[in-house]
Design a protein around this ligand. Structure first.
Ligand code: ATP
Ligand code: MG
Length: 269
């Protein structure tokens, strides 16, 4: 899952472009949009009209995860879309006994269900995804809690700005609490520095502080601030497709390589 309770730090951009880079090297990848803003759905080119079965229906128990998966224009990359309906889910689920584990249960049901899933568009979604990336909203609602209860690990995009470390320590406390109560194996997958501006001295200082505090958890790949990254979503394509050569896209390709390495050693351990 990609999470940070701070808004606008690059969660969605990371989910979309990391997902695309993983798919491009042949790893079947699923992005689950669990943010009522639906930015990952828009950024992956799935218009509102194509969001007929969404993560909301899955959480409400009205659809299985398999039924909510749609293909994207990127080979190997699938999506569970979100719409603004999702903003009502928290209240509607309040009395549900396993309300923190709905996404976990849905994912478990999906992997237990051996057959390949026939999507509504006629394309088959793979039975097993190598990676499932959950794009979280910038808040600690039941939606983020569901993602934390379901996930193996949290990927934290961190914008290189003054309050970054304070936000991070809040998130670390939350992860500790989730570990103690809902998901003892929840790990911090890594921290990725985003929107790095090399002309800004503060960026360097923050990056150094984060590395000092968090050590090896911090990816050596840094995502630069790059206007091409912010242009891509309005075209409904990942930046990697919009402009593969731009520094931001190249950084996400490097990040995917680092992530694959890291996951291999995590699984081997
Ligand atoms: N490396 C980058 N360079 C320039 N702009 C970027 C970069 N990464 C993200 N952006 C832009 O910054 C804004 C915030 O990014 P993004 O939507 O990924 O953040 P977020 O953490 O998902 O936000 P929210 O908390 O609202 O979900 C977007 O307009 C995005 O296009
Ligand atoms: Mg977002």
């Amino acid at each position: 899952m990609v999470a940070n309770q701070k808004g606008g730090v690059g969660k969605t951009t990371t989910a979309i472009n990391l997902g695309t880079a993983l798919a491009a090297v042949g790893e079947p990848t699923l992005v689950i949009d669990i943010d009522p803003q639906g930015n990952a759905s828009t950024g992956l080119g799935v218009p509102q009209s194509a969001r007929t079965i969404t993560i909301y229906d899955v959480l409400m128990g009205e659809a299985s995860l398999a039924e909510a998966i749609v293909p994207t224009r990127i080979p190997n990359l699938s999506l569970v879309p979100a719409t603004v309906d999702l903003s009502g889910a928290e209240l509607e689920l309040i009395d549900r006994p396993r309300r923190n584990f709905i996404l976990k249960d849905a994912l478990a049901e999906y992997s237990a269900d051996g057959s390949s899933v026939h999507g509504r568009t006629g394309e088959d979604a793979p039975t097993r995804f190598s990676y499932v990336l959950i794009d979280c909203p910038p808040s600690l609602t039941l939606l983020t809690i569901n993602a934390m209860a379901a996930a193996d690990a949290v990927m934290v995009p961190l914008q290189c700005e003054f309050f970054a470390l304070e936000g991070l320590s809040q998130l670390l406390k939350t992860i500790e609490r989730v570990r103690a109560s809902l998901n003892p194996s929840l790990d911090i997958q890594g921290i990725v520095l985003t929107m790095f501006d090399k002309r800004n001295k503060l960026s360097d200082q923050v990056a150094a502080d984060v590395r000092q505090n968090m050590g090896e958890k911090v990816y050596s790949t840094v995502i630069p601030r790059n206007v091409r990254m912010s242009e891509a979503p309005s075209h409904g394509v990942p930046a990697l497709v919009y402009d593969l050569r731009c520094p931001g896209s190249q950084a996400y390709i490097k990040l995917a390589g680092e992530l694959i390495q890291r996951e291999r050693s995590r699984l081997a351990a």
